[in-house]
Ligand binder design. Structure first.
Ligand SMILES: Nc1ncnc2c1ncn2[C@@H]1O[C@H](COP(=O)(O)OP(=O)(O)OP(=O)(O)O)[C@@H](O)[C@H]1O
Ligand code: SF4
Ligand SMILES: [Mg+2]
Length: 490
């Protein structure tokens, strides 16, 4: 994989909506809600989605034109989420944005040369004596004649103005350019010219783009990877070929069913989505798409699906594909059980009878929650990184439920069977520790068993074999204290 120029982890941007009498915010518009993505150097990530789904807010938050509400932004490997305005100004030339509307983004009182060159001068991109030649060169590269230098924006057509905007961004020698619907205000032939210009510049200078557009055929032309957004969240992302020819998520399936196919023998099966887009101020619980999804299951109304990687680089957030579908069901059973509803014997038998299978790469993990004789046994098996990313969150969720329901006397047993690299399990340990935080009560018996298929790791005494000891010793201390108390009473 090429180097990641941008990586975004769990980014959120909430706008305050309502305040109470004391000025405290009571509700928020969740314009961007827990988005994770990356862009490789020299590549283009297309972002598609219905109007209002948060594309522009995502782009602006990445550039910190909006301050993120949560999450992390890494540019060229450096965390820029909280860096000062001064440090941000230094890297600003490397991250540029091109807006949809070339009319309002150009100052009408400045000549074109000055518009393109202003930031070049401020950031001292070239020595003073080379300044004019540099700007003329950039103009030529963007298909603008050099005698336009002294002319004003109102003397140009829409396509030419967008070229001026591109030249302004390019002149700063950026590494990442966020293009927010840069061609949607232009007619089709000009659109093609601008797209080709962006592609040529990418080839010559190695820029990376995040390309936001409504127009899927434009995305198909320019993008290497594509991400589909719904109500502030990314529901699917992956290589363009996969997303266009074989989308996984029911929302992206509907979106891409509308792309015309240039083959008269292919019958288009357009999926029409029913229902209105819910308000981002009050998104549906569970999977945000469940109110419009034909495939909706019970679990979708309760639990937000994780954004899982199903093939290299192909991510999707949908319960339909979760390998551990059975784990989710188990989780539901556990949840119902703990809220006073007894799972049917049949269901419990079904869970008990799940047999261990040989794990393939796509079927690489397994979570089981046994409820046997009033005991909860949570069993995870798989690669540590998969366990970390996906299942440990369910673990913490179940721990929360247990805590909420004050089921403090339920003995809980975590059995973690790890395949492969133990160093990747650090996060898992942290998650278990946090679950432990929820579970700690004087009477809870929480045990952990960690094993590894990797003998070398085991011998070298990795994190796994150290941290559980700490947990065990804590538990032992508690046990001793409880026994001492018992003896005292006796
Ligand atoms: N500054 C703001 N204050 C409050 N709400 C905002 C603000 N900016 C955007 N929003 C809300 O955030 C949501 C996402 O808006 P955004 O402009 O990012 O959508 P978009 O996907 O770019 O839409 P479009 O395709 O129409 O450009 C919308 O509900 C919008 O009303
Ligand atoms: S999680 Fe459920 S509701 Fe959401 S897209 Fe998948 S099937 Fe539909
Ligand atoms: Mg927008």
């Amino acid at each position: 994989m090429a180097k990641k120029i941008l990586e975004v982890k769990n980014i959120k941007k909430y706008f305050p909506l309502q305040t109470n009498f004391f000025g405290k915010t009571q509700s928020w518009v969740r314009a961007v809600d827990d988005v994770s993505l990356y862009i490789e150097e020299g590549k283009t990530l297309g972002i598609v989605g219905e109007s209002g789904c948060g594309k522009t807010t995502l782009g602006r938050t990445i550039l910190r034109l909006h301050e993120p509400t949560g999450g992390h932004i890494y540019f060229d490997g450096k965390d820029i989420t909280n860096i000062s305005k001064k440090s941000l100004r230094k890297i600003r030339p490397q991250m540029q944005i091109i807006f949809q509307d070339p009319y309002s983004s150009l100052s009408p009182r400045m000549p074109v040369g000055e518009i393109i060159g202003e930031a070049v001068r401020v950031h001292k991109i070239v020595p003073k004596e080379e300044y004019k030649d540099y700007i003329l060169d950039v103009m030529k590269k963007c298909g603008l004649q050099t005698h336009y230098f002294e002319r004003y924006p109102h003397e140009f057509s829409g396509g030419q103005r967008q070229r001026i905007c591109i030249a302004r961004a390019l002149a700063l020698n950026p590494r990442l350019v966020i293009c927010d619907e840069p061609v949607s205000a232009l007619d089709v032939s000009i659109q093609a010219q601008i797209i080709n210009l962006l592609k040529d510049l990418q080839k010559d200078f190695g820029f990376s783009y995040m390309f936001i557009s409504h127009d899927l055929s434009v995305e198909e032309h320019i993008s290497d990877n594509v991400g589909g957004m719904y109500l502030g969240s990314l529901v699917e992302s992956g290589p363009k070929e996969k997303i266009f020819s074989n989308p996984m998520h029911p929302y992206t399936k509907a979106l891409f069913s509308a792309v015309p196919v240039p083959d008269p023998n292919v019958k288009m099966k357009r999926i029409i989505l029913k229902g209105d887009i819910p308000s981002p101020a009050n998104p549906p619980k569970g999977c945000k798409f469940h109110t419009r999804c034909k495939e909706c299951m019970d679990i979708c109304k309760e639990i937000t699906p994780f954004f899982n990687e199903y093939e290299p680089g192909h991510f999707c957030a949908c319960h339909l594909y979760a390998q551990n579908h059975e784990a989710l069901n188990n989780y539901m059973v556990l949840k119902n059980y703990l809220s006073g509803y007894k799972a049917t014997q049949e269901k419990i038998d079904q869970i008990k009878s799940l047999t261990d299978k040989k794990l393939s790469s796509y079927d690489s993990l397994m979570v089981k929650m046994f409820i046997i004789d009033e005991k909860v046994e949570i069993y995870l098996k798989g690669r540590a990184s998969d366990i970390t990313e996906f299942n440990a969150k369910y673990l913490v969720n179940s721990a929360k439920v247990i805590k909420e329901r004050k089921f403090s006397r339920v003995p809980i047993k975590f059995k973690v069977e790890n395949e492969g690299d133990l160093s990747a399990a650090k996060d898992l340990i942290d998650t278990l520790m946090s679950a432990n935080g929820y579970l700690k009560t004087a009477t809870n018996e929480v045990t952990y068993t960690f094993t590894s298929s990797d003998d070398n790791e085991r011998r070298s005494g990795s994190v796994l074999s150290i941290k559980p000891l700490i947990i065990d010793s804590e538990i032992n201390k508690r046990k001793e204290a409880a026994e001492a108390l018992k003896e005292k009473k006796v």
